[in-house]
Design a protein around this ligand. Structure first.
Ligand code: F6P
Length: 501
């Protein structure tokens, strides 16, 4: 049974984007918002004032303000696991005790970085960061986006259990000048532990003195790291209440802090903290993550969109779509509410995307003329971040803006349907002043809070991820006991490829 606000949202007429600026010439003043170094433009979406009002009522019905306060107060918003979700505390925002604890862990991390720089662990040129999911995607994004040719160390981030991934990384590194960073919140993840063992073997085979002395552990399970063989002085803990996919701000960000320098890492945290304050303190009508969540809810639940596409019109942000896939789909890809009841509508759409302009020559055909509707998000930077002919950046941005205009406007072509474009296809444009540590921190925090706001509006817990467990359990069972009692397809696959076990 829909709530009064949900019923009101469903009753509202759908706006026609082709004429939306004629119908509402003052739209930019209400659907564009600048927060620090980022300009958010929702004017080319179907959001209207009536819809905003209805969603604001839904936010009240769902006690958005109460949940937001609970998040920042360090209350157990992750109810299925009885835990808080304290990634804002890593940025200095939230519960005072948690902020103090995060500061203490950061100080420890910084001291170890100083020691590495002073060559206390021997000469280091390369960082081999081993981790998966949230223990890899965040550091990978930051190092790639902000590193350019200014990286102070050569960084490889290895996540996949496929030995080819590790082989490719170590083939380009010298074992005598490599630091291994093992990143795992639990310090039990199969892929990470297997890759870590192979990295140690690689050093042993190369005759490195004391390979374990070249290992740093980034974890919320320090005891397990020590049991594995990492000396306590090189264990960088973080709090259990920081979720894996929200952990890049903690010691999981170690390779980024080392390779980019501590100042850059701190600026990243400051950028995120500014977005935290914006999310926490701005009124709902001027709150960027909440407005974005309103649009998400409308497209997923009212217009039935099963996907949302994100295109980074900036090569520095090419890893953003894969980072967001984990953040959004692992958080909100749920079928039950936080009370365990079936959800009352679709939850997270599939997040997908790529890089502009490449994607224009691959997937944009479907976006313009296909039969499915996918809201599009463009992320671009005013500053090019390179010194080549400005014509490159001009062409990049012109293309980005042209795509949004084309999706909106479409083109009639009476008598030639193959060349007609329906238009009325929504897009959001997120424009950064530049891809700086502050702007990237703010952008990622914006996506975190948007994910949270979506979860609150749907009544779900975004901070657990039990859906990833069953497959892992079955894999462990097969490894331990051999294949028994599975379906014929699985049994045959194991038999053919693994010789029965
Ligand atoms: O399998 C999912 C997951 O638990 C993610 O949530 C997490 O980011 C990843 O595995 C890695 O976990 P860990 O940091 O404990 O190795």
């Amino acid at each position: 049974m829909p709530s009064p606000a949900q019923a009101a949202i469903a009753r509202l007429p759908q706006a026609d984007l082709k004429s939306i600026f004629t119908a509402d010439p003052d739209r930019l003043s209400r659907f564009v918002l600048t927060q620090g170094p980022i300009r958010f433009d929702w004017s080319k979406t179907h959001l209207t004032d009536d819809l905003m009002d209805a969603y604001l009522t839904l936010a009240q019905e769902r006690d958005f303000t109460g949940w937001r306060e609970a998040l920042f107060a360090g209350k157990p918003v992750n109810n299925s696991e009885g835990r808080a979700a304290e990634h804002p505390a890593e940025r200095g925002e939230g519960n005072a005790d948690s902020v103090a604890r995060a500061r203490m862990f950061h100080a420890r991390m910084r001291a170890l970085i100083d020691a590495v720089e002073a060559e206390a662990l021997g000469p280091i040129r390369h960082i081999l960061h081993i981790g998966i999911g949230g223990s890899a995607l965040g550091p990978d994004l930051i190092v790639d986006a902000l590193g350019g040719d200014g990286l102070r160390y050569d960084v490889a981030i290895v996540s996949n259990v496929d030995g080819t991934a590790m082989e490719q990384a170590i083939n380009r590194f010298d074992p005598h000048t490599t630091l291994i960073a093992i990143a795992s919140k639990t310090f039990t993840t199969t892929e990470t532990m297997l890759n870590a063992a192979s990295a140690i073997n690689w050093m042993v085979e190369a005759g490195v003195d004391d390979p374990y002395g070249r290992v740093v552990a980034l974890t919320a399970s320090p005891d397990k790291a020590m049991e594995w063989g990492v000396d306590e002085t090189r264990v960088l803990p973080f709090s259990e209440s920081v979720g894996g996919r929200y952990s890049l701000w903690s010691s999981i960000g170690f390779p980024a802090a080392l390779a980019l320098g501590w100042d850059a890492f701190e600026s990243l945290l400051e950028g995120a903290a500014a977005m935290d304050r914006h999310f926490r303190l701005s009124p709902p009508r001027e709150n960027a993550p909440l407005i974005a969540a309103f649009a998400d809810q409308y497209y997923t639940r009212i217009m039935g969109c099963q996907t949302r596409a994100l295109f980074a019109y900036d090569e520095r942000l090419k890893l953003l779509p894969s980072y967001l896939q984990q953040l959004e789909m692992e958080s909100n890809g749920k079928s039950v509410t936080r009370d365990g009841d079936p959800v009352d509508g679709p939850t997270a759409p599939i997040t997908w995307g790529g890089v502009g302009t490449d994607a224009q020559h691959a997937v944009f055909q479907l976006l313009h003329q296909g039969t499915v509707l996918a809201p599009v998000e463009f992320v671009a930077s005013i500053d090019p971040g390179h010194a080549l002919d400005p014509a490159h950046h001009r062409a990049l941005l012109v293309n980005c803006f042209a795509q949004g205009a084309a999706l909106l406007r479409g083109r009639d072509n009476p008598g030639d349907p193959a060349r007609a474009y329906p238009g009325n296809r929504p897009s959001t444009t997120i424009l950064l002043d530049d891809v700086t540590p502050e702007a990237l921190g703010a952008l990622i925090a914006f996506y975190e809070h948007r994910t949270f706001a979506n979860a609150v509006l749907m009544g779900i817990n975004p901070f657990d991820q039990f859906g990833v467990e069953l497959g892992k359990e079955i894999a462990r069972f097969i490894e331990a006991d051999g294949p028994k009692g599975f379906d014929p397809s699985t049994m045959a696959l194991i038999d053919i490829a693994l010789g029965g076990g």
